[in-house]
Design a protein around this ligand. Structure first.
Ligand code: ADP
Ligand code: NA
Length: 323
């Protein structure tokens, strides 16, 4: 089980941290993936863009290879059971721990005019999304590790207080370390950020991708052998590792180690490989986004599949609580 908020276009971080693993899981596992429109309301109260954004995220997931026939792909607000479970889990979540959550502190700092209770209890709603399916594996990026720990805590407290209903959910990347795709400005993770040049969107046109990568910070000449690789150079290598061939990556690593690297050439190569990676996703997503009926059908079928599982869970939940 996993989800992505409908707060705008998706980016490389969403792809490599999350969607790529959704696609890898779809043949082997029973999967529930949702577009988190309710979560988006905590920070994006303007609802004019709500539906277009849901369609956008849905189309981009499908364009990345997610098959709505193989998984339950649904919209969070369509599953009313989530709200009920969220309410019960709130009795197991403590104000102190919620206030200490990194994402809450960050968002409260960014938008002091809108520190609402939904923002504070975001990890509780997220736990409800996951536990509703009694999910065990949650494909997410590294930034979600703390939230998953909270989901496990709420599940364990529920089981302890009322009786065993929930397995423990864990962040999942096929046994490998969770992914953090770096931002192009060298500051933290790639995100739907204020600095549009720091993020590569799956909807970016070819020339925009080239422009963004060529603007990324590097040094004028090779780094002297023996000095540690600066973060901003490491980030370029990290991105290259994601979209370029091993031969290309090895060549530039070798150039780096011999202190003969030309960063202009490296960025040109990365830009072309990035263009080749993004273009088919962008084109496919555009086509899918124009097919409103197809998108509505996907969501309807997805909600039906998800509702079946959710109804089973809620019966167990109510029985355990004694309602
Ligand atoms: P955003 O942080 O861009 O608003 P979400 O919070 O909706 O996106 O996250 C959706 C998924 O994408 C989550 O699984 C999250 O871990 C993953 N993700 C987001 N940014 C990155 C990143 N830079 N690197 C790896 N995974 C990421
Ligand atoms: Na995130």
């Amino acid at each position: 089980m996993s989800g992505i908020r409908s707060t705008g276009f998706l980016h490389l971080g969403n792809y490599f941290g999350a969607i790529r693993n959704y696609v890898r899981m779809q043949d082997e596992y029973e999967c529930y993936f949702m577009v988190a429109d309710v979560h988006s309301l905590t920070t994006h109260p303007d609802t004019k863009e709500l539906k277009p954004n849901v369609h956008r995220v849905l189309a981009e997931n499908v364009a990345c290879g997610l098959d709505p026939e193989k998984v339950a792909l649904y919209c969070q607000s369509h599953l009313y059971e989530t709200g009920e479970l969220y309410m019960y889990l709130n009795m197991l979540a403590y104000k102190g721990e919620l206030e200490k959550t990194t994402t809450f502190k960050d968002k409260a700092r960014q938008h002091p005019e809108n520190v609402n209770a939904g923002l504070l209890t975001y990890p509780v709603l997220q736990a409800a999304d996951i536990l509703l399916h009694r999910a065990t594996l949650v494909p997410v990026g590294k930034d979600q590790e703390q939230h998953l720990e909270m989901s496990r805590n709420f599940a364990n407290r529920f089981n302890h207080r009322y009786g065993d209903v929930f397995p423990e959910p864990y962040a999942f990347n096929f046994g490998e370390q969770l992914i953090k795709v770096p931002s192009l400005d060298g500051k933290g993770k790639m995100s739907k950020s204020e600095n549009q040049y720091a993020t590569i969107y799956l909807s970016d046109e070819d020339d925009m991708i080239r422009k963004k990568i060529m603007k990324a910070k590097t040094d004028a000449g090779p780094t002297e052998p023996g000095t540690p690789m600066p973060d901003y150079i490491e980030n370029i290598f990290l991105l290259m590792k994601l979209v370029s061939s091993n031969e290309v990556l090895d060549k530039f690593l070798d150039d780096y180690n011999r202190a003969v690297i030309r960063y202009g050439d490296m960025k040109k190569q990365l830009a072309e490989d990035m263009v080749v990676f993004v273009r088919p996703i962008r084109e496919k997503a555009e086509a899918i986004r124009n097919d409103q009926k197809y998108l509505r059908d996907i969501m309807e079928a997805g909600a039906e599949k998800a509702r079946k599982r959710a109804a089973e869970t809620m019966e167990k939940v109510r029985e355990a609580i004694g309602l």
